[in-house]
Ligand binder design. Structure first.
Ligand code: C2O
Ligand code: CU
Length: 578
């Protein structure tokens, strides 16, 4: 009797581990949020930003793998819609909760509420952010952290955790920025005024000045919203730093004075651990790094975050690693670690190439069914400046794709299909020979359960000798990063055979280096309509993205609230089903 009871308990526990739907431990976690404009001083200069429940950054969501997150989101902005995207969460079976305006849902109207309900199936470091216009750059973001399910363990040990959500901050409003980007002549947004760690930075205030009388604007006491970020730690412990970047423009590098960092996670996937002095982090990336507090305990140390990939015109963001019991505001004895040279791409590539999957990560299918080659170019269109993919710059429709494609509405179907390739022979080292481009929906129809390779090809921008870094982010999936290369991708003539099929990292964001290419592979096993785009906010706004319409006929019933606008609303009124 005893034995069989024990047996029963054991088996139930074991089955629980195997079944994702095991209800014993999984919880629903409810959040009630209101998005609104508010005065805030992220870098000690008062501006208006978009916050949640009166906070900036928004509240941190903390859940366990397998939990259902429910966010009742009220739009408290008075004159514009809003949506929130859960960056890195694949939304398996819930594509309408992906939070992309014009793609997965209708923007939520002022004073209305939309409920996001989705499962966080995989432990990791994620974040969320606005995905309508440039609302992310207006401060609409926060952290989303998923712990392992009860009874599970991370494959590494640590004593404590520090969270660093990185962003950049502009003093011009996003409205001014958006008007500039679409004006003739074009007005570039320029470099950010400050970098923020957990929503706090300094503009024209040094951290040292924050302790000098007469600089009240900059002092911790005078302005809590820009108070220096302090991470209290104890000596001889190991901490997990969760680092995510939701910058609008800046590519970043993070270092902690005198401390080594062991990279263990990237974008919610475990990586083969490796030790570095500093990490590069692009917009859309997240990492976990382990840090051991093995330095002289009588000192504090700087955490420094600086700009990479563009001439740095923005001062590094600093935070204090505070070895207790030292005072939190005792300034570190050592100067902040220097950010590597902005254009030291060898350093960036060396870091990126070291990211490989941890043993036990599922390998990619050995072959793919389709290869989509996407050429990234900067172009002109009627005097406007655009970013184009295979010579088509993405514009989003009034009626979101998920609803219109599911309902088979003509408006969505008529869009011309973009090309799978731009052909060989394009000279990536020169400005485009014909800089004129067109606009389109850039919708790629993807068949269910096919394996798709995408090769992102970088090129020279409009100006001679300019090619920028672009971090591309895929919604609805993780992908394997099969390889990187310099110059033009040679396809079957060479590069295709040299891809890493053995231990490529699984990620949701991958960078393309100047004049280079990046190859990824994913399995189309998650019906939905997914954005795939450069995570640099102004670049996306200028058209740098495509849409993957994946097996939309297999999408379950779409909640009415996600289709309550445009042509889908009209069709619903006429009695159509969604
Ligand atoms: Cu974090 Cu479509 O983006
Ligand atoms: Cu870009």
């Amino acid at each position: 009797m005893r034995f069989s009871l024990l047996f029963f308990v054991c088996c139930t526990l074991m089955a629980c581990r195997l079944l994702p739907q095991c209800a014993a431990a999984a919880k629903a976690r409810h959040f009630k949020w209101e998005v609104s404009n508010m005065f805030w001083s992220p870098d000690c200069e008062e501006k208006v930003l978009i916050g949640i429940n009166g906070q900036f950054p928004g509240p941190t969501i903390r859940a366990k793998a397998g939990d259902t997150v429910v966010v009742e989101l009220k739009n408290g902005l008075h004159t514009e819609g809003v949506v929130i995207h859960w960056h890195g969460i694949r939304q398996i079976g819930t594509p309408w909760a992906d939070g992309t305006a014009s793609i997965s849902q209708c923007a939520i109207n002022p004073e209305e509420t939309f409920t996001y309900r989705f499962v966080v199936d995989k432990p990791g470091t994620y974040f969320y952010h606005g995905h309508y216009g440039m609302q992310r750059a207006a401060g609409l973001y926060g952290s989303l952290i998923v712990d392992v399910a009860d009874g599970e363990e991370e494959p590494f040990k640590y004593d404590g955790e520090l969270n660093l959500l990185l962003s950049d901050w502009y003093h011009e409003s996003i409205y001014t920025q958006m008007v500039g980007l679409s004006s003739k002549p074009f007005r570039w947004i320029g470099e950010p005024q400050s970098l923020l760690i957990n929503g706090r930075g300094k503009f024209n205030c040094s951290l040292a000045a924050a302790h000098t009388p007469g600089t009240e604007k900059c002092t911790a006491g005078g302005n809590r919203q820009c108070a220096p970020v302090v991470f209290p730690v104890l000596s001889n412990k190991t901490y997990r730093l969760r680092v995510a970047s939701t910058t609008s423009l800046a590519s970043l590098n993070l270092a902690v004075g005198n401390h080594k960092l062991t990279v263990v996670e990237a974008d919610g996937n475990y990586v083969d651990p490796f030790v570095v002095d500093d990490i590069d982090i692009y917009s859309g990336d997240s990492y976990s790094v382990l840090l051991t507090t093995d330095q002289n305990p009588s000192s504090n140390y700087w955490v420094s975050v600086g700009v990479r990939g563009r001439q740095p015109k923005t001062a590094p963001a600093l935070a204090v690693l505070n070895y207790r019991p030292n005072g939190a505001f005792r300034l570190p004895a050592l100067a902040p670690p220097a950010t590597p040279e902005w254009n030291d791409y060898a350093h960036s590539k060396a870091f990126t190439y070291r990211i490989l999957s941890r043993a036990g990560t599922p390998p990619p299918p050995a072959t793919s069914n389709r290869r989509i080659e996407l050429l990234n170019t900067q172009n002109r269109m009627d005097g406007h400046i655009k970013w184009s993919i295979n010579n088509m710059s993405m514009v989003l429709p009034a009626t979101p794709y998920l609803g219109s494609l599911k309902m088979g509405l003509k408006s969505a179907m008529s869009a011309a299909r973009p090309a799978d390739t731009f052909g060989r022979g394009y000279d990536v080292t020169q400005p485009p020979a014909n800089p004129n481009t067109t606009v389109g929906g850039n919708v790629y129809v993807i068949e269910h359960n096919t394996t798709v390779d995408v090769v992102l090809q970088n090129a020279n921008a409009l100006a001679q000798n300019v090619s920028e870094v672009h971090p591309w982010h895929l919604h609805g999936h993780d992908f394997w990063v099969l390889g990187y290369g310099d110059g033009a991708f040679l396809g079957d003539a060479g590069d295709a055979a040299r891809l890493n099929l053995k231990n490529p990292p699984l990620r949701n964001t991958a960078v393309i280096f100047p004049y280079g290419w990046t190859a990824i592979r994913f399995v189309a096993d998650n019906p939905g309509v997914w954005a795939f785009h450069c995570h640099i906010e102004p670049h996306l706004h200028m058209g740098m993205g495509v849409i993957f319409a994946e097996a939309v006929d297999r999408v379950g019933e779409v909640p009415k609230a996600a289709v309550s606008c445009g042509a889908t609303a009209t069709a619903l009124m006429a009695g159509d089903h969604v």
